[in-house]
Design a protein around this ligand. Structure first.
Ligand code: F6P
Length: 322
């Protein structure tokens, strides 16, 4: 029997473009004759039955907004069997027959658990970390890259004026995609990522000295969160080179802001496709983008895939960012 009512929620760390995805889910669902409810506060909202009907105007003027109008949470309760059962009861009570879950890998594990208990779910990859293996670009990644780039450009101004070195720590949890791409875009002297074995002398000091020998007197080291230790690294650089060095941890500012055009379009395509999959009777799928095409994968297979850093890109950065 065809489904009549679906829910949409955002879960885990927010990412710019989540709102565009919510909007696309709501509008596509309504256009195809479905009822749709927004679940507020991620899986916690599902457990507590915090859902409200959405109409065309519920999602007006949100495509350009960062954050998520549906609010988000990391829900420890949902990881328990009791929490999950409560969530399913709430869905049954509100006659929700399928869910679109917008988030990262933790959120998809939740979707998988619900599906295993007979509740259809479709995942949409949204995380600034870009660490969903089946998907070339996740919602929020492009915006975060541009935010980091702008902030690092500002740092460069002041580093140049004073002939200093800046160690910038960017987010990414265990992944180095933000660090690598921002490092290239801002011409960082060193880019330190968790995917590549790191040696302070070779990867930081030698590169600064090499650049210094050719007349450079301001430096930026981009370090991924998965390596961390920006403050200590700054102290060590100053001690070993005598160059005044400052550490900046960009932090959560990277998760906010107006989504870029790419993120808005990607989120819209993902949202529309997720609803179509539910209408096709599919479940336990995650939508993804590869070479500009929207695909979908089994969540279990998607979570088992390994995403590697583009080593050609990394080696290119080593050659030209000096
Ligand atoms: O997954 C997105 C992310 O911003 C990571 O880059 C970071 O490690 C983590 O979330 C921070 O989580 P929280 O917002 O819970 O501090």
């Amino acid at each position: 029997m065809a489904i009549k009512k679906i829910g949409v929620l955002t879960s885990g760390g927010d990412a710019p473009g989540m709102n565009a995805a919510v909007r696309a889910v709501v509008r596509t669902a309504l256009s195809r004759g479905l009822e749709v409810v927004g679940v507020y506060g991620g899986y916690d909202g599902l457990i507590n039955g915090d859902s409200r009907p959405m109409n065309l105007r519920s999602v007006s003027n949100i495509i350009n907004r960062g954050g998520t109008v549906l609010l988000s949470a990391r829900s420890p309760e949902f990881r328990t069997e009791a929490g999950m059962q409560k969530a399913i009861s709430q869905c049954l009570k509100h006659e929700i027959e399928g869910l679109v879950i917008i988030g990262g890998d933790g959120s998809f594990r939740g979707a998988q658990d619900l599906t295993r208990r007979g509740f259809p779910c479709i995942g949409i990859p949204a995380t600034i970390d870009n660490d969903i293996s089946c998907c070339e670009h996740t919602i929020g990644y492009d915006t975060a890259l541009n935010t980091c780039m702008e902030l690092c450009d500002k740092l460069r101004d002041t580093m140049q004026s004073h002939g200093r070195c800046s160690v910038v720590e960017v987010m990414g949890r265990h992944a180095g995609y933000i660090a690598l791409n921002v490092g290239i875009a801002i011409g960082a002297t060193s880019i330190i990522v968790p995917e590549v074995e790191y040696n302070f002398q070779r990867d930081v000091l030698d590169r600064i000295e090499m650049a210094q020998a050719t007349g450079k007197n301001d430096f930026i080291v981009v370090v991924a969160e998965g390596i961390g230790g920006a403050e200590q690294m700054a102290k060590d650089i100053e001690e070993k080179t005598g160059i005044v060095t400052r550490a900046t941890i960009l932090g959560h500012v990277q998760r906010g802001g107006t989504p870029t055009l790419s993120d808005r379009v990607l989120a819209s395509r993902f949202g529309a496709r997720a609803v179509e999959l539910l209408l096709e009777g599919k479940s336990n799928r995650v939508v993804a983008e590869q070479l500009g095409k929207i695909l979908d994968f089994d969540i279990e297979e998607a979570l088992a895939m390994k995403k590697t850093l583009d080593m050609d890109l990394y080696n290119m950065a080593l050659e030209i960012s000096i």
